[in-house]
Design a protein around this ligand. Sequence first.
Ligand code: ZN
Length: 508
Amino acid sequence: MTGAITEEYLTRAAVFPLDPSPAQERLLRSYCGAARFAHNWALGQVKDNLATRSDERAAGLSEEALTASLSWSAYSLNRVWNAAKEEAAPWWPEVSMHAFRSGVVAAAAGLENFRSSKKGTRKGRPVGFPRFKSRDRSKPAVTFTEINHQGSWFEDSDVLAGRVSPNGHRIRLMLPQSTPDRDVQRRRANLAWIHTTESTRRLVKKVADGTASIQKVTISYVGGRWQASVLVRYLVQPVIQSVVRPRAPGQAGPDTAIGVDAGITHLATLSRPVPGLTDDHGHIANPRVLEKQLDRLAKVDRRLARCQKGSKNRAKVKRRRARLHGTITKTRSLELHRVSNALTNQFDVIAIEDLNVAGMANAKRHLGRALADVSLAELRRQLTYKSPDRGTTLVVVDRFYPSTKTCSSCGAVRAKLPLAVRVFECSICGMSLDRDINAAINIEAESRRLLKAKRQSLHQATSPQDVAGLRPETENADSRTEKTGVPTGTAALAACRAEPRSHATVVV
Ligand SMILES: [Zn+2]
């Protein structure tokens, strides 16, 4: 038997920021446009097919006499596209065929999500029928899947044959199919490699020695910059070793648990101070770089508000704002990696609050609150994939649990606590405590209660259904942990109890 990890493979995304030349950027934009075109085209075919069949049904035709239904699989939609592309997009030779396939596959995935959601076989929120992507509102992205040789994502055949030393800072850009025009061929050949601002060496080494394989590469325009997200399947060597974790003196329970409240004034607040990670109260401060960026963002926002609608200047300020948002997200994410590493290494149980998904959709939210949501989502994403690897149980406390409004000392619940009020003062027992620390303590206490209830129900082994409120991460919650087969929830909990802790190498 192995520990918490029973699968041999883990799927992770490695993201490399790109620095394309202007010509490469033009080509990338045309690829993304082509992907969007193919996505909308495939969706249009499916919609037309559905409409035709329903019209025919309404006209009284029998089921056999109806127009044949169109299969929603990526494979068959691709075939339909290939048969029609000459007519639908006579310009198709200008872009790589991968771009069209990327769009068709995305449409098929959207249709499948809709179908499985409707059938009730998909976890999470209900998914509607996929919508057409518009130029303005969709994220430019294109996915490349097939390639002859894994190494050729990063190096050309000469390097692979050992004739030239590897570069380590580039990733392949698939070019359009060959053309008889020699000049065009030569110009295009110059575009074949996009410079990456970070080295790909670590990944290339793993691919070369066979411990990692690349599933697909998605190039997208995020936060004002281009990036390549490489989906990698890692071979996990199950190194079984027990994790020795420090125990607080006089600690009652068998587990060390910690409650985490992600915020904006502080990066996060823990239910108790952790040496080396928090200050004396339990706060993890925002890094100074981030403070500066937040100041800058506020300034850019004010400038944007003063700009004439539809003006060139406004577009310029908007671009700067997008880039700044990207930088902030990245800085915060790097810092959160430090936090999530420390937490998963030191604690058996980590409790966080569920996301306010409905609130996040509201665009008019306060900037600070919106950023706090983003950082909570990122922290949760990191903890979700790191926890199982390190034998840690992640407990997500229901967002209807009033963590901020409850007194962590006596349990009294206040009617409301406006965001501006930074100190929780209890009128029943007189306790006075920082608002975030109070919330973090409550989150930890709630997770203990949920785990206890869960364990009891596991013990009795009578009711397999989930304890209300305890909702371990589902596979739908994070696409990056999909298909990894890492036990979650009940299975992880059972594995944690029964087995020595396994410590797997985690590649971030
Ligand atoms: Zn109280």
